[in-house]
Write a protein that binds this ligand. Structure first.
Ligand code: KG4
Ligand code: ZN
Length: 356
């Protein structure tokens, strides 16, 4: 069964074709980062218009890569939320219209479900190391299986979920204010870095020394699985206002910020695994690309005899492959697809534990 995946929830247009027998046949992403850079953040209207421009060329590209035609598509999965309403509508209307024309079912998919199942996509063939390369012979090539704990860390979400199986997600804890990625982006802005801030801040942190500036570890000892990152950003602002920052100061502040965020994320992820008595942790979402976070998680999980699973690096950020894969898993699980009817809804706000 070949499932086409369409992703357009924010500033990446993703199209992919996933075959339940042969794996990923084709996958292409167009990122709008350069377009939004001048504005310092995503401009929703520009995002929607660009998704319209990109979808058909990306579909053609993916079909060519897969050596398939539109008639080979058996079902179409698309991101129905959460995300920017206009951007979601573009992908949803494209997917539903194509499904209607091809007389195949259309499947609305939760964006975060796509993220958290994406390590299983890589896992189909081989396990991945934290740097995204396949594990070699001397390391364990243990496969990921249900149930597991998922740490979702993106620009819009910071959540710990218990994943019992496809479609069964229990929220264990989340951020009470800013998401981790949002904190990275806002702090990067304060330090005069470009957009998107996360990768830029992580790069600057490489040349800095943590500990010279002292930042709090919010809610580290709160005894629950909640997070809070907005105070951290304010602490960086206070430090930045206290003196004129040299280049070295900025790097040290970035390094300390990264230490603070990753320490809390790693500690709570391990606490969630202990609480749930589970030894597999999946990390998904854009912040999951952060090397320091991966290092800390690998070390902390190894200490409790556990293991961390990551999507391939190129599948950490938004893409159509994870949506095609999530849709295919729902179909394989026996979920009855609704035939395309020319009517659909998108859900800009959509808690993952309400997905089924
Ligand atoms: O999952 P994603 O691509 O989009 C959604 O938010 O759904 O995540 C984007 C977020 C942004 O906030 C970006 O700054 C952050 O992930 N990010 C990083 C890194 N790469 C991306 N944050 C820290 N370190 C990175 N290496
Ligand atoms: Zn995302």
């Amino acid at each position: 069964m070949k499932v086409l995946g369409i992703e357009s929830s924010c500033d990446e247009t993703g199209v992919a074709l996933y075959d339940t027998e042969r794996g990923l046949l084709g996958h292409a992403v167009h990122t709008q980062v350069a377009m939004h850079e001048a504005y310092g953040g995503v401009v929703p209207e520009l995002a929607s218009r660009d998704h319209i421009r990109r979808l058909i060329p990306l579909l053609e590209l993916v079909l060519t890569e897969a050596s398939c035609t539109r008639l080979d598509i058996d079902a179409i999965a698309y991101t129905a939320g959460p995300g920017l309403a206009g951007a979601l509508l573009v992908g949803a209307s494209f997917a539903e219209a194509l499904a209607l024309a091809l007389d195949v079912p259309a499947l609305p998919v939760h964006h975060l479900e796509g993220h958290l199942l994406s390590p299983l996509l890589a896992n189909q063939d081989e396990a991945l190391d934290s740097d995204g390369t396949p594990t070699s012979g001397h390391q364990s090539t243990a496969k990921l299986s249900f149930p597991f704990v998922a740490l979702l860390v993106s620009g819009g979400h910071t959540q710990l979920m218990r994943v019992a199986r496809v479609g069964d997600y229990q929220l264990l804890g989340e951020s009470l204010d800013d998401a981790a990625g949002e904190a990275f982006d806002k702090t990067a802005k304060l330090l005069g870095l470009g957009y998107p801030g996360g990768p830029a801040l992580a790069k600057l942190a490489e040349s800095g020394k943590p500990g010279r500036f002292k930042l709090p570890r919010p809610m580290l000892h709160s005894g629950d699985l909640s997070f809070s990152f907005s105070g951290l950003k304010t602490a960086v602002l206070t430090a930045a206002r206290a003196r004129k920052l040299s280049e070295a100061d900025r790097a040290d502040l970035a390094a300390e910020f990264q230490e603070a965020v990753t320490e809390v994320l790693a500690a709570k992820a391990v606490a969630a695994c202990r609480q749930q008595r589970l030894s597999s942790l999946v990390v998904a979402g854009g912040v999951g690309a952060n090397r320091r976070l991966r290092q800390r998680l690998d070390q902390a999980m190894a200490k409790i005899g556990g293991r961390v699973f990551y999507p391939a690096l190129e599948l950490c950020t938004d893409n159509g492959a994870m949506i095609a894969f999530a849709g295919s898993q729902r179909l394989l699980q026996g979920e009855l697809p609704v035939p395309a009817q020319g009517a659909f809804v998108v859900r800009p706000r959509w808690p993952l534990d309400q997905v089924s």
